[in-house]
Design a protein around this ligand. Structure first.
Ligand code: CA
Ligand code: CA
Length: 307
């Protein structure tokens, strides 16, 4: 084989060897973007209603009650996002060859410990967060100091910036306080860092800030004020698992099922895409499936409107 042809083969295989979900993104890039932009999470870690370690104890990403189970994984999906019109400004975003990618993270908790007013605790809690990433400005007409071509960005996670963030809080349930945020640095759209998010005590709802948490849920019952900790990042990153897409092969899509009791052992793993409710919480396909977030309208679809 000629040297040039061999080089071309090597380059092609480097880019395309690992695209098991056939979405045009190298699965190695998907993994690198997920590691880079997984949110820093501020959680309640004190004793709550007699249960030690608060929300953090129930969290699959290194919590006290889940860390001994290898299939207590933190699921994510990454996929290209087609160009759209931003409803608030009327501007076109994300036009061009794979200009934007969404990464949807599942945040699994063995138990929702409830809140101080209504209780409402339940087994299993399928929470989620989404980030919209771009290489170069996603917004037509806006210059980007961090411009990178798709040819570069397809193999380099550091070429990407975060331009919008979605935090799910009681998503599709009573008191839905989920919300989007556009992410800007001082002089341009897009930031290089992972988002810093706040998780409500007991209920595990996720917010873009502490004040949003205090205003969240029915009667503003959510709380992010006491015995808080920025959780360790490394144990979570070790548990991140790409779930590909529904129906794609080549991914291990099992996830341990929630414990029968608040401090008990996790239950046998099930297939994330085909299983029903996660304990008493929403099936994962309604949190991680394609098309659930509309980044232009800044809206989200709920199970009653799907399938
Ligand atoms: Ca892929
Ligand atoms: Ca993917």
């Amino acid at each position: 084989m000629a040297e040039g042809a061999l080089l071309a083969l090597v380059l092609v295989s480097r880019v395309f060897a690992g695209d098991a979900d056939e979405d045009g993104l190298d699965d190695g890039l998907e993994d690198a973007l997920a590691h880079r932009f997984f949110p820093d999470l501020n959680m309640h870690a004190g004793t709550f209603k007699g249960v030690a370690h608060g929300s953090y104890g129930q969290f699959y990403g290194g919590g006290a009650f889940t860390r001994d189970e290898p299939l207590a994984v933190v699921p994510f999906v990454a996929r290209p996002v087609a160009g759209f019109t931003d409803a608030s400004t009327g501007a076109r975003w994300c036009d061009g060859p794979v200009r934007c990618v969404e990464v949807m993270f599942g945040l699994p908790y063995s138990w929702d410990l409830g809140d101080d007013v209504f209780g409402r605790s339940h087994r299993g809690d399928s929470e989620s967060v989404g980030v919209l990433l771009a290489h170069g400005s996603p917004l037509e007409g806006e210059p980007a100091a961090w411009a990178a071509s798709w040819e570069v960005a397809r193999g380099d996670a550091t070429a990407w910036r975060r331009v919008k963030t979605f935090a799910a809080a009681h998503m599709c349930a009573l008191g839905d306080s989920s919300g989007f945020r556009t992410d800007r640095s001082a002089d341009a759209l897009g930031v290089a860092e992972a988002p810093r998010l706040w998780v409500a005590e007991g209920k595990n709802a996720t917010y873009t800030g502490q004040r949003a948490c205090k205003r969240g849920a029915i009667l503003a019952v959510d709380d992010c004020s006491e015995e808080r900790v920025w959780i360790e990042r490394e144990p979570v990153l070790q548990r991140l698992r790409n779930m590909g897409e529904e129906g794609a092969s080549g991914f291990d899509t099992r996830i341990a099922w929630p414990a029968q009791s608040r401090g008990g052992p996790l239950q046998e793993a099930q297939e994330l895409w085909t299983a029903g409710p996660f304990g008493k919480s929403t099936p994962w396909r309604f949190k991680l499936g394609a098309g659930i977030l509309d980044w232009g309208a800044e809206s989200w679809s709920c199970p009653s409107k799907q399938r």
